[in-house]
Design a protein. Sequence first.
Length: 336
Amino acid sequence: MARGKNVTDTKGAVEPAVPVLWLLGKTGAGKTSLVRALTGAGEVGNGFAPGTQDATVHDFPAAAPAVRFLDTRGLGEAGHEASGDVAAAQRMAQAILAVVRLDDPVQAPVTDILRRTKLPVLLVLTGADLVPDPQAQLRARAHLTELIGRELPSVTLAMPREGLVTGLEDLLDALDSFLPRAAAALRRADEARAFQRMRKTVVRYAALAGATDVVPIAGLATVPATQAAMLKALAQAHGVDLTPTRMGLLASALGIGSLARMGAALLARQGAKLLPVAGQTVGAAAAAGASFATTYALGRAASAWLYGVAHGAEPDSATLRSLYDQALKGARNDAG
C-alpha cells in the first residue's frame, strides 16, 4: 500500500499478503481488550510475540494469519525511549489504529506520532461507558483534533469489563475502506462468535429433524418443515426479514446442486425405511443421523448468510458451501 494517503484516499489500494495494523496507544488505553473483542481470543496477551525490544505482534488466526496486530509498548512511560520501535512500526504497518481513552486527556505521546505519520489512521476512542455524556465525548474528540492538527476518522467503543462491547461494527466498516482483507477476516471471526450464540438453536432443530425422520415417509414432510422453522428462528435472531425473495437468494447462494442432493438423499432415506425389518431399524437410524447432520449444516451456512445480510456483506457461494461441508462433517460430534 502506498503511504501518504488518508483513509478516504486508500480505497482500492493493494493489500499485502498479511496486512499489519499498528496498535498505537498508551498503556491502559484498551489495546489488548480491543484485539480480544475483534478476534474472540480469550487471552490475547499470551498470543503476542516479541517483534522488537519493546514491540510485540499478534497474528490472527495464529496458524494462518490474515491480520497482524503490532503493539508498540511503553508510550508515555517515564524513562522509556520508544523512538526506535516507532520508526520500525512506521515501516512495517499499513495502517494505524490509534487507541485513546476518552477519559485520558494527556495524549501527547500518541498525538505527536499522529501529527507526523503518513499512514492511514483510524482513531479508536475507548471508554464510552466511562464517559457516557455525548457532549463530554465531543469535547474529548475536539481536544484530540487540536493536538493532532487535523481531523481524523474515528469510532467510539464501549468496552466494559463485564458486558457487550459496542461500536465494533463501526470500526469494521471504517477498516473496510482501506484494509478490506483485514476487515473481512475480522468479520469472519465476529460471525463465528455470533453462530456460537445460536448454535443451541441449530442443534435443537437438527435433533428435532432427526427424531421426526425415524418414521417411514413422514420425514418427507417433517424434515423440510423443521428446517424452515429453523431458518425463520435464525432470521429473527439476526434481525432479518426472511421474505420469499431472500429465501430464493439463500437457496441460490447455497447452490441448487447442494439442495438437490439434500432432497435426493431425503427421498432415498425414506425408501430405505420401507424395507422389511432391516430397513425399519438400520434405515431409520441412518435417516435420523443424516437428517440431523444436514439440518445442522444448513443452519450453520444459513446463519453465516443471514449475518452477512444483516451487516450488508453477504458471503459468497464458495464460502457458504465450505461452511456447509465442514459442518456436515463435524455434525456427528454435535449430536450429543
